[in-house]
Design a protein around this ligand. Structure first.
Ligand code: ZN
Length: 153
């Protein structure tokens, strides 16, 4: 049993997100809308040595299972992440994230003149490209820092 498996097995019920790019765990928490105010028990391992990624982050959230929407957005900032749903100390489901074709209402457009950033109640829609995301309303493309577009909750 590896070190990682040991750490994973300690959680009773919840979600373990593994193979997050090193140093981006806080973005993952932002995606999940977790800032500590909800009282969730959250453990974060940052820059843990990893064979596959060199350095990786691990996030464990007790008593929380990720929704499909959350997994979609997660895939944009942590495309190699693996998600372990834990029930009764056992890994009940294990999956890799997959990239969605679009994300709705989660990212905010960086273009201040975009209709989605005004007062109109328009949900943002971004098409997912191979190397970034594109606003469907104004065609603004963001490649490098998708995580910065995540709407604060
Ligand atoms: Zn836009």
């Amino acid at each position: 049993m590896t070190d990682t498996e040991l750490r994973v097995s300690k959680i009773q019920d919840g979600t373990v997100i593994d193979h997050i790019p090193g140093g981006t765990a806080l973005h993952v928490l932002a995606v999940l809308g977790i800032d500590g105010s909800g009282g969730e028990e959250v453990s974060i391992g940052m820059n843990v040595p990893s064979d596959r990624l060199g350095r990786k982050d691990i996030v464990k959230v007790e008593d929380r299972e990720l929704s499909a929407d959350e997994v979609d957005v997660l895939s944009l900032i942590a495309p190699q992440a693996s998600i372990n749903i834990i029930r009764g100390y056992e890994v009940s489901e294990k999956s890799r994230v997959s990239r969605p074709t679009e994300v709705v209402g989660v990212l905010s457009c960086p273009n201040v003149n975009c209709i989605t950033t005004g007062d109109e109640p328009v949900d943002s829609v971004f098409d997912v490209l191979d190397d970034g995301v594109r606003c469907r309303y104004c065609d603004t493309i963001v490649r490098d820092d998708v995580a910065s577009l995540i709407e604060s909750t």
